[in-house]
Design a protein around this ligand. Structure first.
Ligand code: HAM
Length: 434
């Protein structure tokens, strides 16, 4: 039997890793533009960090076990509890608002399906210490820029926003009993993946009267703030609870991101700790799972570390984003792995190739040569296969004149260059600084 990677775990061959690095580099660049600093935490945490705060869905997917010291531990399924713990532990010494990002690998024992694996990397950006709507707008803008930087526009990606405070107030206003609220949240969370009749049947099944079910479906269909008052009389008090969301949307429009935004009261989010704004990013065709999810969690630091600090942020996974980039042809062409290939004409030339390789590598160039004796033609074929930009051919006649032959493998030109000038010539041709 050939040993294989576990289901839901990826091998990253060099071309896969090149895409992953492209994603990480782009994310880091965008986070830096917003003044975010990078942090990290341990991949293994005490189990209770998640059982206390993350909510049933994630807790049911933990990679947890008892370690040799008898501790109940878990691989991290998400970063937010670690972040909350780290910030709470040093809250007094940190300048607010805290703007931190991280790119952890996370582990969830999920049913494997398209866009959902058992490990993934996730850009986490969180803003801590600021309760106002401009912080919400800042975090959503950063999430949009973190996809926009790959060349994805509003025709590729949609941001769906809601607010748990608003939804709770609207449900109260519609007379949904407190005991029925969790059912409505669950049903709303699955709205997009469920035909409307089934949603209606589930709501009726929870004992909600027909007229209220109709109004709830109306809420679920609303796509902009201006749709809401049309849902019926008496909603003013409830809409007042949505003021932070309205102002967040307004600020995002002022920033020029209006094209990406949809109000969507069906965005509830599975995690237990969210208290206000919640949002997710999806591919615009609605074919893939969520690319990103986040929201405000104003009580988590208090409950984990006794520090009263408002907070919000998002997690953006590499799996669905990678699928979308592949689908849209936005994966960069793989670059070549070397700059210069060195070829020896005779065995006597080999020591000169070795010395030159050392000199050029010290100068920062990426250099390769054949590791077994081969005809020059074969060596140059390998140079082509590696997409080398330049080749240097070292032969007895050129050497006798104190020269080597430099070939431009793209333009096919070649010239003799004094051995003493080779390093200078090649570094300026390649433009690489060591
Ligand atoms: P989440 O919605 O559980 O939120 O995950 C965020 C994103 O991570 C998802 O939208 C998806 O792209 C990716 N993701 C999640 N699970 C998987 C999986 N099994 N396979 C592939 N990708 C996955 C959180 O984790 C929150 N802690 C985010 C947050 C940060 N909220 C505030 N700050």
């Amino acid at each position: 039997m050939q040993p294989q990677a576990l289901p839901g775990f990826r091998d990253f061959y060099p071309t896969d890793l090149a895409l992953r690095e492209h994603i990480f580099r782009t994310w880091r660049r965008v986070a830096a533009r917003y003044g975010f600093e990078e942090y990290d935490g341990p991949p293994l945490e005490p189990l209770e960090l998640y059982t206390a705060k993350s909510g049933e869905e994630i807790v049911g997917q933990l990679y947890s076990f008892t370690d040799r010291g008898g501790r109940e531990v878990s691989l991290r399924p998400e970063m937010t509890p670690t972040l909350a713990r780290m910030v709470a532990a040093r809250a007094n010494g940190l300048r607010k608002p805290i703007r931190w990002f991280s790119i952890p690998q996370l582990f969830r024992y999920e049913r494997q399906q398209r866009g959902r694996l058992r490990e993934h990397f996730q850009l986490n950006c969180d803003l801590i210490g600021e309760p106002g709507h401009l912080a919400d707008a800042e975090i959503v803008a950063l999430a949009i820029d973190a996809v926009r930087a790959f060349g994805l526009g509003p025709e590729d990606v949609r941001v769906r926003l809601s607010d748990r405070r608003l939804l709770t107030a609207l449900l109260q206003n519609l007379g949904v009993a407190e005991t029925q609220v969790p059912v409505v949240w669950q049903v709303f969370d699955k709205l997009r993946r469920t035909p409307e009749e089934i949603t209606a049947a589930k709501l009726s099944g929870a004992g909600i009267p027909g007229a209220t079910v109709e109004r709830l479906l109306g809420l679920a269909r609303s796509r902009s703030w201006s749709d809401l008052p049309g849902l019926g009389p008496g909603l003013d008090a409830a809409l007042a609870r949505g003021e932070p969301l309205r102002r967040t949307l307004e600020s995002l429009e002022a920033m020029g991101y209006g094209d990406y935004l949809d109000l969507d009261l069906g965005i509830v989010r599975g995690l237990a700790y969210y208290t206000g704004t919640v949002f997710e990013l999806f591919d615009a065709r609605g074919e893939l799972r969520a690319i990103c999810g986040g929201g405000r969690y104003d009580n988590l630091l208090q409950s984990l570390g006794g520090v009263d600090l408002p907070a919000l942020g998002f997690g953006m996974g590499d799996v669905v984003l990678g699928e979308l980039l592949r689908e849209r042809g936005l994966v960069p062409e793989p670059g070549s792995s070397i700059d210069v290939f060195l070829a020896a004409i005779t065995p006597d030339d080999l020591p000169h190739v070795l010395g030159l390789a050392r000199e050029l590598r010290d100068a920062g160039l990426r250099v390769e040569y054949a590791l077994a004796p081969q005809a020059v033609g074969k060596q140059l074929k390998l140079a082509d296969a590696r997409s080398a930009r330049l080749a240097v051919v070292v032969g007895p006649d050129d050497r006798a004149r104190g020269e080597v032959m430099v070939k431009d493998l793209r333009g096919k030109a070649q010239e003799s260059v004094a051995r003493s000038a080779v390093r200078e010539r090649l570094t300026s041709a390649v433009g690489r600084v060591g």
